[in-house]
Design a protein around this ligand. Structure first.
Ligand code: ATP
Ligand code: MG
Length: 250
């Protein structure tokens, strides 16, 4: 059982309390950075305004993300300290469901934290974790931020980047990769540059993508392409912004 899972499911701030506990534990375990605590606080404010629920538009985005991952030649899920602390089991499950690689990718990169996160993912069932080779670079970013694996993110055609920082999200999009982003702030640059912005808490978003991927596992490529083509990123962002601004928590 993960830290914070003893909070009653009907507690009015359930997701927020679970998230806080897990991030705190992540910092204690050397997985999450102190910056990650601040990022979590920002996300939490948006989740509060969304009523801690998955909007229908976010569910549609998650379904589109699943279709992209299933269509991909080489899908990669990028994992940072917050994602690893919040949803390690769920990330491993999604990677298995769509045949994606998991790659540790940190904004504040230290060897210790890279290794702690890779070990943490393996403890949660990952067989292979990329990111430690760092033998390729994303153009347009400074040295430390640019490091990726040549046979991981550098080679990927579809990348899922939960809670990515804006600069790196933009640099990945410039490389022509299909970028799937999970970010509670529809106005953040990461969400804005994504091909598929999923405006939802990562706690809910990753299991939702996995559920859609399982349901679509036997769909033909034409069906998957239609799901991808029918998705409108700008409309999904506008819908989330509307929900947040209206403040209707029902
Ligand atoms: P920009 O993308 O505009 O450059 P930023 O990347 O500097 O903004 P940060 O605060 O560094 O912003 O990034 C944290 C982002 O992650 C925020 O947009 C926040 O809403 C989002 N976030 C934090 N926790 C979660 C979570 N549990 N689920 C989904 N999104 C989250
Ligand atoms: Mg951002």
């Amino acid at each position: 059982m993960a830290e914070g899972d003893d909070i009653p499911a009907d507690h009015p701030r359930h997701d927020s309390l679970v998230t806080r506990h897990r991030i705190e534990a992540g910092v204690d375990a050397g997985i999450t950075s102190k910056q990650g605590l601040i990022a979590e606080g920002r996300g939490e404010a948006f989740d509060y305004l969304l009523g801690e629920r998955t909007l229908p538009s976010a569910d549609a985005a998650a379904r589109t993300a699943a279709a992209h991952l299933l269509l991909a030649r080489h899908p990669v899920i990028s994992v940072n300290g917050n994602a690893a602390a919040l949803v390690p089991d769920e990330l491993v499950e999604l990677a298995g469901a769509v045949g994606a690689d998991l790659e540790v990718n940190l904004f504040n990169r230290t060897d210790e934290r890279m290794r702690a996160i890779a070990d943490h993912l393996r403890e949660h069932g990952a067989s292979e974790v990329k990111g430690l080779d760092a033998d390729a670079r994303i153009p347009g970013l400074d040295h430390e931020r640019a490091k990726v694996d040549a046979d991981g993110i550098a080679d990927a055609d579809v990348v899922l980047v939960p809670l990515e920082d804006g600069d790196r999200a933009a640099a990945l999009a410039d490389l022509g990769k299909v970028e799937l982003v999970v970010d509670l702030n529809p106005l953040s640059r990461s969400a804005q540059v994504a091909d598929v912005p999923i405006v939802d808490n990562i706690l809910r978003a990753i299991p939702t993508v996995t559920a859609h991927a399982r349901e679509l596992a036997d769909a033909d490529r034409e069906t998957l392409r239609r799901i991808v083509d029918d998705f409108d990123a700008a409309e999904a962002l506008a819908d989330a912004e509307r929900a947040i601004r209206s403040g209707d928590l029902s």
